[in-house]
Ligand binder design. Sequence first.
Ligand code: SF4
Length: 213
Amino acid sequence: MSYAVKEMFLTLQGEGKQAGRRALFLRFAGCNLWSGREVDRASAICTFCDTDFVGTDGENGGRFADAEALADAVAALWAGDGRERFAVITGGEPMLQLDTALIDALHARDFEIAVESNGTLPATPGIDWLCISPKAGSTVVQRSGDELKLVWPQPDIDPTALIGWDFGAHLVQPMDCGDPVRNAAAREAAIALVMADPRWRLTLQTHKLLGLK
Ligand code: SF4
């Protein structure tokens, strides 16, 4: 199959338990919880998205004819030597496009594959590090993985219902609400959740603090 890629770039993973690692981000175009158009945001299932995943016009974006072509592009962008190759596949919703052929092609190029998904689609087998970030109003079918990342606060999500899901870590991340006052309130809410239930751990979007993409 072909793939629609919004952008690809080399940076540091900023979030979650893999934070601080050199990472090649591959952002697929498209999501099943929002069209990506502002005119549709109010009526979308997911209303707080901070990512542009529309089209294929971003840095190193485009349409790739097959898994080999896309994996070659990922490997070329990694550059440097071959050690600790780490690809973070995100979106949009990556499970709309990530298939076994691409996982195999990236593994063949010695990449460890991390995925960040909303969990509404089953994860493709073979992923090395699976992060699921539930969104209020959606049905999460993928209830196991390496880390569950709860963007907080989301009024229609009950954290106590998520803590029993089969993840190696349960992380809470303050929502980026787009203005300092609401962001401060989100940080306080996330800290309060951890203080009330130490099974949760705080994670921050450190790439934003560092001025990285
Ligand atoms: S599920 Fe993720 S990519 Fe889709 S609209 Fe929500 S935050 Fe954005």
